[in-house]
Write a protein that binds this ligand. Structure first.
Ligand code: ADP
Ligand code: ZN
Length: 187
């Protein structure tokens, strides 16, 4: 049996977690053993669950790095490996996905394909290139209501600067989905 890598990408609010949860549920209905991981640093981590923006939940193992997945897969038996918010894991996750798929298993990962500047982000571009199946989801643009492919970062209500650090101390920041036209990055 041939393994495969499925990648689910898009901006925030596109329904990536929802889609991952849907695929995992269906695998479980098919009586496959599914193991689900998610980086513990994600702010939506709550008590060992993945929670989508519309409140759907799925049990998962919170991890600090891809090595923890490697340890798990060497010891435990499973049919399907799922990882949500994969952009928060390091480069090592690429090797993990390859190894699991090479063993004939199904790998499902989801994450952000672009950062707030609209540039290719983290391990997703690499994973998309290696995947058998890529699903690019869109959200709804919060400005013009057309399909949104990007994540707008707002600092005190204004578009974030290109050079802004990822962590801003003392500023109120938020994120929203936007299309190419409405997405803005300050110089
Ligand atoms: P992601 O994992 O891609 O961030 P989620 O699966 O967590 O997305 O959440 C998707 C849900 O977010 C949608 O089903 C919808 O209820 C809600 N939502 C909130 N804002 C938006 C938006 N701008 N566009 C689309 N869905 C949105
Ligand atoms: Zn728009």
């Amino acid at each position: 049996q041939s393994g495969s890598i499925e990648v689910i990408v898009g901006p925030m609010y596109a329904g990536k977690s929802e889609e991952l949860i849907r695929r995992v549920n269906r695998a479980q209905i098919a009586e496959l053993k599914v193991v689900v991981f998610k980086p513990a640093i994600d702010d939506r981590y709550c008590g060992g669950n993945i929670t989508s923006h519309n409140g759907k939940q799925l049990k998962c193992i919170a991890i600090d790095g891809a090595e923890e997945i490697m340890n798990y897969i060497e010891k435990e038996d499973f049919d399907v490996l799922a990882i949500d918010e994969v952009q928060f894991l390091g480069e090592a996750v690429i090797e993990v996905c390859q190894r699991v798929a090479d063993k004939g298993k199904r790998v499902i990962v989801s994450g952000l394909d672009m950062d707030f500047r609209g540039e290719p982000f983290s391990v997703l571009p690499h994973l998309m290139a290696m995947a058998e199946y890529v699903t690019k989801l869109t959200a709804v643009c919060m400005v013009c209501k057309m399909p949104a492919t990007r994540t707008q970062r707002l600092v005190n209500g204004q578009p974030a600067k290109y050079s802004d650090p990822i962590i801003l101390v003392g500023a109120k920041e938020s994120y929203e989905a936007r299309c190419r036209k409405c997405h803005a990055v300050a110089k």
